[in-house]
Write a protein of this length. Structure first.
Length: 176
């Protein structure tokens, strides 16, 4: 559930604006700034190790519209069936399971500082709830479970439970 303030903002100004209110990258130090959503003040600056969670081609960016979402809440990386998926940052698995709609087989990892990442539409899941994982762990394999039109990884970053632009963390490049 999105907080009421987020819903109001989403309907009036769009998801990219919300994302900027929650998290941004310091243009000078390149640290990631976590903000208080109500005041916009920076409450924490962090510099975690961040890596691309999969190899492949980016097929949909954050905020673009698709068949399933008027604004895309993550970034889609399309590789081949069962291509390895790794955490974008070190963390702890808080969900590993399947819904038959939406994300399909998916994993949620908590990174502290109110940051969580989601890895969706997986074909395989190799981790369990409570497991600590690092950026070199293989946590799953790419698939097309749930609402997907082809094999890809839907990678989403939530701050305070609200999807933000993963490129704040990943930068402007492309997966290898
Ligand atoms: Zn997606």
């Amino acid at each position: 559930m999105l907080p009421v303030i987020a819903v109001i903002l989403l309907t009036q100004v769009g998801i990219n604006v919300i994302s900027n209110k929650l998290v941004s990258q310091n243009p000078i130090t390149h640290t990631i700034q976590i903000k208080d959503p109500t005041t916009g003040k920076v409450i924490k600056e962090i510099s975690p190790l961040v890596v691309w969670p999969a190899k492949g081609v980016i097929t949909l960016e954050f905020g673009e519209s698709s068949l399933y979402q008027p604004f895309h809440t993550g970034i889609d990386i399309a590789g081949k069936l069962d291509d390895p998926v790794n955490p974008a940052m070190n963390g702890t698995v808080i969900y590993a399971g399947e819904t038959f709609w939406g994300f399909g087989k998916h994993i949620i990892i908590d990174h502290g500082n109110n940051i969580q990442t989601i890895y969706a539409h997986l074909d395989k899941i190799y981790v369990y709830k409570g497991q600590k994982v690092t950026t070199d762990s293989v946590i799953g394999g790419q698939g097309e479970t749930g609402w997907a039109t082809g094999v890809h990884l839907h990678f989403q970053v939530n701050v305070y439970g609200i999807p933000v632009n993963p490129r704040v963390f990943l930068g402007n490049g492309n997966p290898l």
